[in-house]
Design a protein around this ligand. Structure first.
Ligand code: ADP
Ligand code: MG
Ligand code: ZN
Length: 475
């Protein structure tokens, strides 16, 4: 029997507001424990929370960008549970009336566009942090993070593979970063992902029982944890046992998920509307203003890159994943670069060089117009595609123009037939056996001669002319 995976993600995004969601304390990361707290966020009785308008605006921005309906009426609810990092004994969240609902985003997987539904986006406050290590046997609580604004973005169970899940995460990250509402850092936890996973026989309509996997803090682990969980569930079922609905923890060191607790149900939390906060009524005019202020988003940009520049979906998706990368590309094209050639260089050599040094495109010494300049040298035949790689490396290191580098290093391509002929004649004389075998039909040996000639000419021979001349001389 073949099994199909069904996956839904719950993503928590820490919003980039200056202050907390219900008080004026700073959200700055890394301060001394408990220095960014007040009566409201440490849960003193008798104090009242007041909603941070910026947090609401950020949630609405995200809702619009993910094609959600923005609720005209929205409310906060108390989610009751006990834990030392939650001083009030409840988390202020949203339950029946989230701020955004019924959205979707698009992802590109294996060159194909897939639409993933967004069930809801709601606002909530973060909890504090318990510290157990390096504290001499004591446990401490740091409440600096208590009350930092979060959005929880809940997907429909529309995802069907670990790869799609990772693509979905990437797209969400890209959207919140375009919007400037979250920095999208998985490692530091400003973007967190819980994966709900179940399996069912192919063709079956109903979903299987799901497990929720927590503690996934990188893109690689999104794939790995879900992959593991799918295999585990298939094995459980094939062994004749039943999946239990539960919460599991991803252990990155062991590469497995482990049972943490049986799954709590919504009613366990005794949700009820928070009487301390007035319901939110959202002014349509404000929503329209926010909509008008949004930048061009990744999906729109991708569509435009495909239709304007004739790029494949794959290229367009990659180039639009970061706003600055997309802008770099467009600047190169405006400076005269052919779109697909620019895309190849950006996705290939440039990305490789940047990744090696863990740099972003903003820290790149090559200016987009300089890539265009180099591509023109290739088009004119001044340098070969192979030499272009050397030139590009040098441009990356020095920030110099391609033309300057070519001149300084004497890298101009040799297209002079007589010069190339001399080299070829010499090699043929030195390699009589190979020449004979080639003439007898061993085509592979052309590569040998090209290699020898290129070596002798330090890679500068015009490859097309070299090939033609070799065939002529060896026929
Ligand atoms: P909870 O908050 O209790 O985890 P939700 O109803 O909010 O429950 O669902 C959480 C996530 O689980 C959603 O992303 C949803 O798409 C996903 N989900 C629901 N049922 C399944 C299932 N059978 N298999 C996989 N994912 C599921
Ligand atoms: Mg859940
Ligand atoms: Zn506070």
């Amino acid at each position: 029997m073949r099994w199909e995976a069904v996956i839904g993600l719950e993503v928590h995004a820490q919003m980039l507001t200056e202050t907390k969601i219900f008080c004026g304390c700073s959200t700055r990361f890394g301060a001394e424990p408990n220095t960014q707290t007040c009566q409201v966020c440490i849960g003193m009785p008798g104090v009242l929370p007041v909603l941070n308008r910026k947090a609401l605006e950020f949630a609405i921005r995200t809702g619009i960008a993910t094609n959600c309906a923005i609720s005209g009426y929205s409310r906060f609810a108390r989610k009751n549970y006990f834990y030392p990092d939650l001083p009030k004994g409840y988390q202020i969240s949203q339950y029946e009336h989230p701020i955004c609902e019924h959205g979707h985003i698009e992802i590109v997987v294996d060159g194909e566009v897939r639409r993933i539904g967004i069930t809801r986006i709601h606002m909530e406050e973060d909890a504090g942090k318990n510290i157990h290590e390096g504290t001499g046997g004591y446990s401490y609580v740091d409440l600096n993070r208590t009350g930092v604004p979060l959005m929880e973005i809940v997907s429909e169970p529309d995802i069907r593979s670990p790869k799609e899940a990772a693509e979905y995460m990437r797209k969400l990250r890209s959207i919140v970063r375009y919007l400037g509402v979250c920095d999208g850092n998985l490692e530091q936890g400003s973007l967190r992902c819980d994966a709900n996973v179940s399996v069912r026989p192919f063709g079956q309509q109903e979903f299987g029982t799901r497990a929720e996997v927590k503690n996934i803090n990188s893109f690689r682990y999104v794939e790995k944890a879900i992959e593991y969980e799918i295999k585990r569930q298939i094995k459980v079922i094939e062994d004749g046992e039943k999946i239990v609905q539960e919460t599991r923890l991803w252990d990155a060191n062991k590469g497995i998920t482990e049972s943490m607790r049986s799954k709590e149900e919504a009613h366990d939390y005794r949700y009820f509307p928070d009487p301390d906060l007035v319901p939110i009524t959202v002014d349509r005019k404000w929503v329209d203003e926010i909509r008008a202020s949004l930048p061009e988003l990744p999906d729109a940009k991708r569509h435009r890159f495909v239709s304007n520049y004739g790029l494949p979906e794959y290229d367009a998706d990659l180039l639009t994943s970061e706003r600055s990368l997309a802008e770099w590309f467009e600047e190169a094209v405006r400076a005269g670069a052919q779109a697909k050639a620019a895309s190849n260089w950006i996705m290939g050599d440039l990305t490789k060089l940047l990744n090696e040094e863990n740099r972003s495109i903003n820290e790149c010494q090559i200016r987009p117009a300089q890539l265009a300049g180099m591509l023109q040298l290739v088009d004119k035949g001044t340098i070969s595609g192979k030499i272009a790689k050397t030139v590009f490396d040098e441009m990356y290191k020095t920030g110099k123009d391609a033309e300057t580098i070519v001149k300084e290093k004497g890298l101009i391509q040799i297209s002079d037939s007589s010069e190339i002929e001399k080299v070829i004649d010499d090699i043929i004389v030195k390699s009589p056996k190979e020449a004979e075998r080639f003439r007898a039909g061993d085509e592979k040996l052309l590569g040998f001669f090209v290699g020898q000639a290129m070596k002798a000419m330090k890679g500068k021979a015009n490859p097309q002319i070299l090939n033609e001349l070799l065939r002529k001389k060896l026929s």
